[in-house]
Structure formats: C-alpha cells, structure tokens
Design a protein around this ligand. Structure first.
Ligand SMILES: Cc1ncc(C[n+]2csc(CCOP(=O)(O)OP(=O)(O)O)c2C)c(N)n1
Length: 515
C-alpha cells in the first residue's frame, strides 16, 4: 500500500466519506487510490472555492468533516475565501493539499509556493507530512483536529513522494476531546442576569440555534420573560412551524441597535458579543446598548445546548412550555410586481418540508424571515465570513449531505458570479437544488455602503463600479451551458409558478429573478 492509499483508507476509517476535489499532477496518487478503495464519494469542483464551500455546507448539515483535495499553493489559495467563511462558521474540514516531493522544492519550479504560509491564516491545524510512513498518522491527526468543537479547518500537505512511497498501514483517528461542559458559575451568573425579564436577552449563535437549543431558549423565555435573539451571522438555524423563532441581528447598524434596544443584561450562548460588520465614521463598533452587562454562558467553542440545558434546570424552566412556538402557516401566493416582501412570501408559500435554505441574497433577502416562520420545518444557512461566492458551493455540500432534502439557494447576481462553476457540479451530481438568482444588475449593497462610510454623492465612475448591467448577465443561458435548466421570472406570479415547478421536481433548476 502506498502513502496515498493509506491516507484514503485512514480518512474513511475516521468517518470522512466525501472528497470535494480539484486535483493536479501532485495529487494523482490520491486520485488513483480512489479506485482501489471503496467508499469515498468524490465530487469534482471546477474551481477550488467550490470545493471548500461545499465542504463547509456538508459539515453544517452533518457535523462531520468532508475533505477537499487541492493542488499545491495556488489551488489552496483559490479555496481560501470559502475556507475563511467555513472557519468563521465553525465548520470542520480536512484539506488535503498536494506538494512537490520535498527533494524537488529546492529547484523553485513553477508551482512551488509557501503552502504552509498560505494555509495558516485559514487553518487551525497545518502539517506537511514528511514521509509515506507518516501520512496515515498525520491524516488521523487532521481528522481529529477538524472535529474539535464546533469544527476546525485542518490542512494536511502531502508531498508527492509521500503519496507514492510505501506506507506502514492505516491509522485510527484518536478521539477528539469533547467541548467543556457548562461552567457552574457561568450558569448561576446567567440565571441571575435573566431574572431581569424583558431587559435581559439570550443572544444565541452556533449550535444554540438548532431546534433543541431554541426550544430550551423558549422555555427559559417562558420562565423569565427574557428576549431571545440570534447573532447576525449564523451557520444553521432550525426553524419553521413547531419551533421557537428567532431573528438574525440586522446588518445595518441602526436597525441592529433598535433590535437590541432596552437590553441591560445580555447572556451570550455560542455567540460573540454583537459588533458592527464594518467600522463607519461616527458610528459605534459595539452594538450592545451603553451600560449593558454582558455575561458568557457558553463560549463559541463550548457546548451551547448543554449550557442552555443547565441554565433551564437552574431556573426551573425545564418543564415550561417554550414561549413563542410558531403555528403552521404560510403566506398567500403573492401576485403582481416584485417587492422584497413579495419575494419572501413566494418563498414561504412554496418551500417544502425539510428544505435547506442557503442564503446569500445580500440586500434582497434581509426581511424574508417572517414570511417563512410558519412554513414547514426547515434549515437556514447564512454566511458568517462575509466573503461572497458562498451560496452555490455551500448548496452543493448541503445537497451532497442531505440527498433527500430540497436545497434552496438564494444568491445575489453579483455574488453568484464568484463561484458560478458550482452550477456545473450541481448538474454533474444531479443535486436537488433550486437556485434563485436575484438579478438586480448591481452590487446594490455597496450603494448604501458608499453613503455610510461618508463617500456621499458618488460620481459616474464610482457608480460604474457598482453596476452589473453592461452587459447584463443572462443567467438562464449561462446555467443551461453548465447543464442546469431554468426559467426567468419578471413578476411575482411568474416567480411562484417557477418555484412551484422547481419544488415539484428533483434535480438542479435555476430561477433567474429579473428585478
Ligand atoms: C470576496 C469578496 N469580494 C468582495 C466583497 C464586497 N462585496 C460585498 S457585497 C458585494 C456585492 C454583492 O452583490 P449582489 O450579490 O448582487 O447583492 P446585492 O448587493 O445586489 O443585494 C460585494 C462586491 C466581498 N464581501 N467579498
């Protein structure tokens, strides 16, 4: 058995069963090993950002790392933006990055690069495996690192000769230490803070936003009268009928401040204290009201559900009926010209049970939540890293992870163009994804940003940097060329019709929402 095969077998033994790959010469032994070893599902991405984003989406839906296979420094660099998003979201990923044979590096040939240097800012764990005998053991350590709560990026660099040389065998993945359990003092402090009722807030992130976390938060709210709020960026919210609803903290500072107004005691559960996305002249970075006391019940790398459970027990809330559980309800099918609310209603009216919504709608979808609050139970995935080009790839990973669920991927037209190659992977793998592209033919968000940073009254050259209408992108034809059928919608009637069709069939389908 060579090193590459020992690594593939180690990955499988360690529960890593999917590889999102874009290989090159140095990874050929790994690719070759895939045919000798049963069980690894290999998914080709035509740009490395598709692979890293897909691994992120896969982790969010399974809590199990997938691996990527990337080609030396440039391949890893291409994957970096979505690795950044995955790192911020607490997703576990094992990156396998090819490297020249170590004796070859001195010749500084075209693809030679400082791979560890490229990996470090986007990884929690980085190692270049020195020999074919160490590859399996290092692979096992990478899996262990990727599984550290809530999930970490582990990058294993594989010099070519370590792949083709003789291996020692397959390695067992050591158990990953569990996250620290609830801290008694923190539980008591949080309980005390929440006794202030309506002026207290549970501020939730990470796995606290899964159904059980929200149920516990609802029980605590029923007992204490506290408010419940989700962070602005959220990896995955389990929502819909029968669940406790939460709103994400708004991107716009003034709106976020209104949402947090009146909070004198904030309890953080799996979330950092709220801070503005960007700095703006004359505006605050910290979003909590002045004088608000903040206490951490569970840090981002803790176990927020165990912490909420302990808090509910401390407050005697475990037997409470959760406050605010949503009754099943759907909006009427909207009709007429596009409005932002109408778009949200079209989604709420048509989304099927178990849908996974991947949200990169940027300015368009900010107000969609209320329109789908009572829709059948579903998951909602958001970008936590702010690097656009997230939606399509994450949808690929979510669909690979959950083949029996409909994935609905909402993307702004600007964001869609960063990783449009993801459509091809959707077609190739027959993934059940409805892609909605909001074609407003602009980087709309950046108009308000111009004003917010104080660059008011933009001239024609500044505006030209924000317009995507010259030429207008024909997403339907583009999708067709990548193997994805689709249709256009010019008003809400056409949109609901398109969505109804997309939800009724299986496989990828694109709806170009021409706004
Ligand atoms: C990798 C990366 N490059 C650039 C940006 C800056 N940026 C943020 S939003 C945006 C435009 C998004 O446009 P679109 O997806 O069409 O959404 P809209 O603003 O029109 O709602 C850009 C360029 C970014 N966040 N990430």
């Amino acid at each position: 058995m060579n090193g590459a095969e020992s690594l593939v077998r180690t990955l499988l033994k360690g529960g890593v069963e999917v590889c999102f790959a874009n290989p090159g010469t140095s990874e050929m032994h790994f690719v070759g090993a895939l045919d000798r070893v049963e069980g690894m599902r290999c998914v080709l991405g035509l740009f490395e950002g598709v692979c890293s984003g897909a691994a992120d989406g896969y982790y969010r839906m399974t809590d199990t790392p997938a691996c990527t296979l990337l080609h030396l420094g440039p391949g890893l660099a291409n994957s970096a933006a979505n690795l950044h998003n995955a790192k911020k979201a607490g997703s576990g990923i094992v990156n396998i990055v090819g490297e020249h044979a170590l004796y070859h590096i001195q010749y500084d040939t075209p693809l030679t690069a400082d791979i560890e240097g490229i990996a470090r800012p986007f990884s929690h764990w980085v190692k270049t495996s020195p020999t074919s005998k160490t590859v399996a053991g290092d692979g096992a350590l990478a899996i262990q690192a990727a599984r550290v709560a809530p999930g970490q990026i582990a990058t294993l660099i594989l010099p070519a000769d370590t792949a083709w040389g003789e291996a020692d065998g397959v390695a067992d993945t050591p158990p990953t230490p569990a996250p620290a359990g609830p801290d008694k003092d923190a539980v008591v402090a949080a309980a005390k803070a929440l006794k202030h009722g309506n002026s207290a807030m549970l501020f939730l992130g990470g796995r606290a936003l899964r159904a059980r976390g929200l149920e516990l938060a609802g029980k605590i709210a029923a007992k204490t009268g506290c408010r419940v709020q989700a962070a602005g960026g959220t990896a995955r919210i389990e929502r819909g009928a029968g669940r406790v609803p939460v709103l994400r903290l708004h991107f716009v500072i003034e709106t976020a401040q209104t949402m947090l107004k009146g909070t004198e005691h904030m309890v953080l559960v799996g979330a950092k204290a709220p801070a503005a996305f960007f700095a703006y002249p004359g505006k605050p970075s910290v979003l909590t009201p002045e004088g608000c006391a903040t206490t951490t019940l569970s840090p981002v790398n803790g176990d927020p559900i165990a912490a909420l459970d302990a808090l509910a027990a401390e407050l005697g809330a475990l037997n409470e009926k959760p406050a605010g559980v949503v009754e099943p309800s759907r909006p009427e099918r909207p009709s007429g010209k596009f409005t932002l609310d109408g778009l949200g209603q079209a989604l709420g009216a048509t989304m099927p049970e178990g849908a996974i919504v991947v949200d990169e709608s940027v300015t368009t979808g900010r107000g969609f939540f209320p329109h789908s609050a009572g829709a059948p139970p579903h998951d909602w995935l958001n970008n936590m890293g702010g690097s656009i080009g997230f939606g399509g790839p994450v949808a690929v990973g979510a669909a690979v992870a959950c083949p029996n669920r409909k994935v609905i991927c909402m993307i702004g037209d600007g964001s869609a163009m960063y990783t449009i190659q993801s459509l091809w992977t959707m077609a190739r793998e027959g993934l059940d994804i409805c892609v909605m592209i909001f074609s407003n033919r602009s980087y709309k968000i950046l108009y308000s940003q111009l004003a917010d940073v104080g660059a008011a009254n933009p001239g024609p050259r500044a505006k030209d940097m924000l317009m995507l209408d010259r030429p207008a992108i024909d997403f339907m034809t583009l999708a067709k060329s990548l193997g994805v059928p689709g249709g256009q919608a010019h008003d809400l009637d056409e949109l609901t019709k398109q969505l109804t069709y997309a939800m009724s069939q299986r496989g990828p389908y694109l709806v170009d929402v021409v706004m």
